[in-house]
Design a binder for this molecule. Sequence first.
Ligand code: NAD
Length: 485
Amino acid sequence: MASIPSTIDNFIDGTYVSPVSGRRMPDLDPATSQPLGELALSGPEDVDAAVSAAHAALNGPWGRTSVEERAAVLDAIADGIEARFDELILLESYDTGKPVWTSRNIDIARAVSNFRFYAGAVRHYSTDTHSMAGALNYTLRRRLGVVALITPWNLPLYLLTWKVAPALAMGNTVVCKPSEVTPLTAHALGRIAREAGLPDGVLNIVHGLGADVGAPLCAHPKVKAISFTGGTATGHKVAAAGAAGLKKVSLELGGKNPTMVFADCDLDRTVDGVLRASFANQGQVCLCGERLLVEDSIADAFVSRLSKQAAAMEIGDPRSPETRFGSQTSLAHRDKIESYVQLARDAGGRVVTGGERPSLGAPWDDGAFYAPTIIDGLPSDSRPALEEIFGPVVTVHRFSTDDEAVAMANEVEYGLSSSVWTSNLRRAHHVAAQIEAGTVWVNTWLKRDLRVPFGGMKASGVGREGGRYSLEFFSEPKNVCIDLT
Ligand code: NAD
């Protein structure tokens, strides 16, 4: 068993501190519903203390660091995560219900890559010069100051470090608000950063509920920018708070991503790829393809093969190295998933596989497990087919022409990602160009180069993260014009 802290306190100015109110709530293992520890329920006073520490740290040693020094600290944090790799894998698995296989290969591996990548990216980052008649312009990029980083529960350390690393690389100080559902690895990050030599006050972490911590953090006058990943409804509130304070805001929001399977695809590869796109992390990746569009002529055969593989997935003990499918991250979230499956049944949908809680025996029957589910026969404009479920539920819809497929892909209000499965290169380019989504994968899914722009169109967000896009979000350009006459 990982050494799980019995109290999960805030990390402010380099020290773990209790919330001012003294209030706490249990942090649960969703696979068993057993309590793991007691989480700080912070409020505006704690937010203010964290922002004040972050603000003061701007004028401390951190404010005088060079790019090379900051890159070295990021590499040292990556070393610290690697040194605690096995412990962090378990913490993430206990907190989220995901298999250790997933937290090893995806979550914690990516947290290391995030720091290593941004250490390199900032070392190699350069800005523009603009030469004109009689003058030379050059662009400086300056830190913003104190930035707020707010993250969800599905990929806790992965998504938090995806923001922390570029924010620190550009010289900012940060106040993090991790999801109240999954605080454990963020809690561990404080100590790792301190041991890596990050000065006190540069990284602060405040735990608690969104309304009590996230909202006052977004509204705090000393916070200059907000990078938010979470649901679209919360994104609207964050955008409003940002607008009121004239803050820079980056919003990475929900999705309802179409997976488009054409009859000319490589069937074996496509079934494997679509299985991953549908059920990775128990369907709790914002990029998962919940809306499966299949060309008519192969639809029955494709759905039958996909269902067989979904039904064969190894579900159970998240701590077993064999397990590939764990529990949902909370009982409340499973309730939401079940309500959508009921909605689909009521609308005449046919459950091809899943549609129930698996029977796993004690202690897992008290957990938030839900079987991989495929539903056929629903109209593409029914609620389960249009709204984000964020779980292991895929609805199947048939098309017969490319234009019809594109129209169905674009029928949703979201525009985060999509995958296209075809062996026809011309079709791949043509369809990719027309899909309203920030990312289109062709014959693959979740292949990530950390340099590319990442983000969503329409209700899936505003702005892009990744590579230089994050370095530019977390800094401000200043043009210097030198007269040469
Ligand atoms: P959520 O919006 O409920 O919460 C996200 C974070 O915001 C949490 O830390 C929460 O405490 C905080 N929060 C809540 N109310 C707030 C407020 N008024 N002001 C500021 N912060 C507040 O989302 P969730 O349920 O934790 O996560 C699931 C959602 O995240 C899904 O919609 C999923 O698609 C999305 N997501 C998007 C991406 C992406 O990159 N686009 C990645 C992962 C998850």
